[in-house]
Write a protein that binds this ligand. Structure first.
Ligand code: NAD
Length: 408
């Protein structure tokens, strides 16, 4: 099944579950989809034409929101699918945004730094007519960083002859980015776990967690969980995993001059797959997609799976986890801390008032824990498994926004 088919099927199932199937024909397509083809000056003096896209799936709940990826694999269907996910995600995260996504077909390994800057500027020029502070607000995604966002903001502002930082988020703090954005995804997931611990009246000191991954999203989650008193007993990177039944300190995992994304192997060596099957309270896949599959789902022994990665659990594995009565907090909710702080960045850019890291993180904590409570309520009311509950929650909010204007 292609990503677009998958996104559409989830949307259709959620709309059917709430008896709003008549909205499917509208929501299965983006409101607007543009393809742009633009020449970029290369270092050798030649011009090369690149192709990019922007898909605005829904703007009924607010401006479109979604990243821009640079990858040779970017294609029309993928961008459309990802824009559907963003509409659902922003609704689940309870932030006033719709969903969008963009991308350029390019292998960033094959171009120079200067070419990458010119490509970023030309792409934003090419889509300038359809984005804007109140229309569609891009952000970083695969192979784009705060540096690309700073170039794009700069280009867009120059063209408009005025300062427009709110047109894009994920910018460096020095260029109107938000404090706390770097840790937002990981902390957001940890705040969800904090709420589970409170709701279930658990004692963090008696709880264990295994985290797959130690990159931008996972590493702050590990830190926050350790700060909360949870015993982080296993952490991995793409090379392998490290295990200590008594739990690691933050220093043990970081004090070996490790490269970004690599965890210090301070305990017993484990295979990456073994980490997923540990008997822990919380399993947090935070690295790559499709790691919990039909093959290993039956061996997952955690009480809770809290997804930080996008799509770490396959559809078939999800059914097995449900049969095993494992509680699932899907990525669409658990990794929404990043997009939530992107929203805070936009609010700060629009008001011109800037918040401290503590303020940003406190707002994030309150927002994601509220979203989690709403999610729990939907799960109970509809008597459905975690992932379906999140899709129902997202689809319902989008439909409510459409109905408030008697759109159909
Ligand atoms: P990253 O590149 O910073 O880190 C990836 C980590 O995964 C590294 O530690 C790497 O060693 C590890 N890894 C790679 N292959 C692995 C494998 N086969 N087994 C075990 N570990 C492996 O990436 P990131 O930004 O932290 O993103 C991780 C996941 O979280 C992705 O699915 C991403 O889509 C999702 N996500 C990230 C953010 C964010 O703000 N960074 C937001 C939402 C979702």
């Amino acid at each position: 099944m292609s990503e677009l088919e998958d996104a559409r099927q989830n949307l259709e199932e959620a709309l059917n579950a709430i008896g709003k199937e008549e909205y499917y024909d509208h929501l299965k397509h983006p409101e607007r989809f543009v393809e742009v083809n633009f020449p970029v000056s290369m270092d050798d003096g030649s011009k090369k034409v690149f192709t990019g896209y922007r898909s605005q799936h829904s703007t009924v709940r607010g401006p479109g929101k979604g990243g821009i990826r640079f990858s040779p694999n970017v294609n029309e269907e993928e961008v459309k699918a990802l824009s559907i996910w963003m509409s659902l995600k922003c609704a689940v995260a309870d932030i006033p945004y719709g969903g969008a996504k963009g991308g350029v077909i390019v292998d960033t390994e094959e171009i120079s730094h200067a070419e990458e800057e010119r490509l970023s500027r030309r792409y934003i020029d090419a889509i300038a007519e359809v984005i804007g502070v109140n229309h569609d607000v891009p952000a970083p995604d695969m192979n784009t960083t705060s540096k690309h966002m700073a170039w794009m903001m700069d280009e867009y502002s120059s063209d408009n002859r005025e300062h427009r930082p709110g047109v894009i988020t994920g910018k460096p703090v020095e260029a109107f980015g938000s404090e706390g954005r770097d840790v937002a995804t990981g902390y957001g997931a940890a705040y969800v776990i904090e709420r589970i611990i409170e709701d279930e009246n658990l004692n963090p000191d008696e709880l264990t967690a295994a985290i797959q991954g130690f990159g931008n999203a996972a590493s702050p989650a590990v830190k926050k969980l350790i700060d909360m008193g949870v015993n982080v007993v296993a952490v991995s990177d793409h090379i392998g995993a490290t295990y200590n039944e008594n739990g690691f300190t933050r220093e043990e995992l970081t004090s070996c001059d490790n490269d970004p994304g690599i965890v210090c192997k301070a305990g017993e060596d484990l295979e990456n797959g073994e980490l997923l099957e540990l008997e822990v309270d919380f399993l947090v896949p935070a690295a790559i997609e499709n790691v919990i599959t039909e093959e290993n789902a039956d061996n997952v022994s955690a009480d809770y799976v809290v997804e930080i990665a996008n799509g770490p659990t396959t559809r078939e594995a999800d059914e097995i986890l449900e049969e095993k009565d494992i509680t699932m907090v899907p990525g669409i909710l658990a990794n929404s801390g990043g997009v939530t702080v992107s929203y805070y960045e936009w609010v700060q850019n629009r008001t011109g008032e800037y918040w401290t890291k503590e303020e940003v993180l406190e707002r994030l904590r309150e927002n994601i824990q509220n979203a989690y409570e709403q999610f729990r309520q939907v799960q109970e009311e509809e008597d459905v498994y975690g992932r379906q509950a999140a899709y129902i929650m997202g689809a319902r909010k989008i439909v409510e926004a459409l109905e408030s204007r008697e759109y159909m």
